[in-house]
Design a protein around this ligand. Structure first.
Ligand SMILES: [Zn+2]
Length: 346
């Protein structure tokens, strides 16, 4: 086990001098057999000075789209073009990734509630501490990639505390069409890093347990846009989506839940935008009796939806975010132009 004692700045420079790129298996914890559990890390130290960006994936071990994004980003960029540096933390929750599950499989600990970590704490706190001290504190900005929880899917969007101007700049430069603004909870990597002076955003994209190529390409474009905005790649063309929206944390957003058990037929669509009182889904029994309709309590975007088509009372069926009047008009215009980015490939 590597114990973090020295200045991380020097450690990274010693291991990967300017102008070099290294793939490292970094010991992050140990197995029951006492062997190292290793976090795959790519460090690209640019030939020129500039800011450092971290990219991280699979802090929830079954959220895989980001893992593919990082594999591609780590391959794509070379030290001779970079002003600053790039750290790709390919799989943060190594034990969860091995077990195909969201949490660390030891007492179900959520690694994304354990930051900045504690060297004497729980398994999650120790892993978080090692990652945080070794890599995160070295960086100036960060992007943490997630997907929905299994059996659901989510629209491509950014979560960020846009009340913080430094975070707002990062969120806008990523260029996602939807930003949901909020501070986040204690222990989340994005909140703790941001509070500590490393503005960090989360990207939510699609489903767990899958590689969704069109979302992965969107994310890679977003990373390149961020690298251009912050001067890591000063000579690139910036991709700009042309339009985006920030949905404030104060805007009403809620998981709508089933009131009865049964088989779920989704009826919304083709776009994940519903008007007040629209039927979102119907829940019926096995003999096709009693179709219970779930209706939209307000006009808004379906940011998350259930994919596993069965429910019991209390089961979340969709995550609806209220849209104000101007956002509603923008979305309607985009739908008419065929530009609205929904759940399907454009
Ligand atoms: Zn997640």
């Amino acid at each position: 086990m590597i114990v973090t004692t020295e200045d991380p700045q020097h450690w990274i420079r010693d291991v990967v001098p300017p102008g070099e790129k290294r793939h490292i298996q970094y010991p992050i914890s140990e197995t029951y057999q006492g062997n190292n559990l290793e976090l795959p890390v790519t460090i690209i130290n640019g030939e020129y000075d500039g800011p450092w960006l971290f990219l991280s994936a699979a802090i929830h071990g079954d959220e895989l789209n980001g893992v593919k994004v990082l594999q591609k980003a780590a391959t794509r960029y070379q030290p001779d073009e970079l002003h600053g540096g790039l750290i790709c933390l390919h799989v943060l929750n190594v034990p969860g990734f091995i077990a195909h599950q969201r949490t660390i499989p030891i007492y179900d600990q959520d690694l994304n509630r354990a930051f900045p970590g504690n060297a004497d704490g729980t398994t999650a706190a120790r892993i978080a501490h090692e990652i945080y001290q070794r890599f995160i504190t070295h960086c100036d900005i960060g992007i943490d990639f997630h997907t929905s929880t299994r059996n659901r899917t989510t629209l491509f969007h950014v979560r960020a505390n846009t009340d913080d101007k430094r975070v707002e700049r990062l969120a806008l430069s990523f260029g996602a069409n939807i930003i949901i603004s909020g501070a986040g909870s204690r222990g989340m990597l994005r909140k703790e890093a941001t509070d500590d002076g490393v503005p960090t955003i989360v990207v939510e994209m699609g489903k767990a347990h899958r590689f969704q190529s069109w979302l992965i390409e969107e994310a890679l474009s977003g990373i390149e846009s961020v690298m251009n905005e912050y001067g890591l790649l000063p000579d690139r063309e910036v991709r700009w989506p042309g339009w985006f929206r920030v949905i404030e944390a104060t805007t009403e957003k809620k998981w709508i839940r089933a009131d009865n058990g049964g088989l779920v037929d989704m009826t919304w669509g083709p776009y994940p935008f519903v008007y007040e009182d629209d039927v979102i889904c119907k829940i019926s029994g096995h003999f096709d009796q009693e179709k219970n309709e779930v209706r939209a309590p307000f006009t808004g975007l379906l940011v998350g939806i259930l994919e596993n088509p069965v429910a019991v009372p209390g089961h979340p069926v969709c995550h609806l975010v209220r849209t104000d009047r101007s956002t509603k008009r923008e979305i309607e215009a985009e739908i008419r132009r065929g530009e609205f980015l929904g759940y399907r490939e454009r």
